[in-house]
Write a protein that binds this ligand. Structure first.
Ligand code: FAQ
Length: 310
């Protein structure tokens, strides 16, 4: 009976054991995981676009090779996450269809434009930095396939973060114009990066339940604070300023205080009104349509290969 199954599930959570695809789980747990994992997978592949914008204009062969490898890694992360989501009984086609028709979200951050080469550095430093801060605790998520996917993703993300930091450092220590370009990128990406952690705790619809289920291990505000505390000394070593006049060390709290986030901007971006929402989705749909022949060929090959083997 359902009560007995639920008791086994609750005991597994209490013992910090992993829930695996064939284990019984509450429908709402399954649905919430699909929601978060799909949003995460979509973010990885939509997140390829802002950086891909600079591949053809990278300033050297070395930078181009690094950037191509990074963008390719993001596609790989998408694949791990779609595969992990499929273990919950949804198909990749269904998830992609929901992305393309606006029924599932992707991270707000990827609706901002990459205006200069320095944006590639700012994305690596800040966006990948925020992603790692959020995702390291997800390696201990209660759902096994998601947790295991996150281990590998986090290793790659931390490499990406250093890549961005090193790029920004080169610009910051370069000519006056290069330094100004780096500063401008940080000015534009700082606040949207803080929004990646989601709404404040008192406005976060899913946090309490997700924490009880041990999907999330820390609240949105806790992780945001952790990220700010990490970034302040890094900005100093970079020789760049974070665009927040209210940012200062609070001895009592043992953390940095920071200024108010413009949640109105966040909600507008979620509603589809960010600077690049329309462009991102139409580009994604076009890529999907143009790739139809590849999927068809792969399916035909698999069918033929299967016949030969049987
Ligand atoms: N953007 O109740 P909560 C990357 C939605 S990193 C858009 O607090 P929750 C790496 C939320 O879904 C980016 N929507 O939700 C990379 C919910 O809406 P719903 C991806 C947001 O789930 C770098 C509503 O607001 N990382 O891709 C955002 O407890 C460079 C209420 O919010 C992940 O997805 C947002 N920023 O906490 C790739 C990490 N924030 O679903 C390429 C996994 C909130 O009811 C290049 N996800 N919403 O319609 C998570 O940890 C969580 O889902 C949070 C949100 C923390 C994002």
């Amino acid at each position: 009976d359902a009560g007995a199954y639920e008791a086994v599930f609750d005991a597994a959570l209490a013992a910090d054991e992993r829930i695996e695809p064939r284990d019984w789980m509450p429908d709402a747990y399954r649905a919430s995981l699909v929601r978060q994992m799909a949003q995460h997978a979509h973010s990885e592949i939509i997140g390829m676009q802002p950086e891909a914008n600079w591949i053809t204009r990278a300033p050297s062969l070395r930078r181009k090779a690094i950037l191509m490898a990074k963008v390719q890694d993001e596609a790989g992360h998408g694949l791990y996450l779609y595969s992990a989501a499929e273990t919950l009984g949804t198909s990749r086609d269904e998830l992609l269809d929901k992305l393309h028709t606006g029924r599932q979200k992707y991270s707000s951050i990827f609706n901002y434009p990459t205006l200069t080469w320095a944006d590639v550095g700012a994305i690596g430093w800040l966006v990948d930095g925020a992603a790692i801060t959020n995702q390291v605790p997800l390696c201990r998520c209660s759902y096994g396939p998601y947790a295991r996917a996150m281990v590998r993703i986090c290793k790659e993300e931390s490499f990406h973060q250093r890549q961005g930091y090193e790029l920004l450092l080169a610009l910051s220590k370069g000519t006056e114009a290069q330094h100004a370009m780096a500063q401008d990128a940080v000015d534009r990406w700082w606040w949207p990066s803080l929004m990646m952690f989601g709404p404040p705790d008192d406005a976060s619809a899913h946090s309490a339940q997700s924490m009880a289920w041990k999907i999330k291990r820390h609240s949105n505000d806790e992780l945001r604070q952790r990220f700010v505390d990490i970034c302040v000394p890094q900005a100093e070593s970079l020789g760049l300023t974070l665009p927040d006049p209210d940012l200062r060390w609070n001895e009592e709290r043992g953390h940095h205080d920071f200024g108010a986030i413009d949640w109105n901007e966040f909600h507008e971006v979620l509603r589809g009104n960010g600077p690049c929402n329309a462009q991102r989705i139409s580009q994604r749909r076009r890529a999907h349509e143009e790739g139809a022949w590849v999927r068809e060929a792969a399916a035909a090959y698999a069918a033929k290969h299967g016949e030969e083997q049987s």
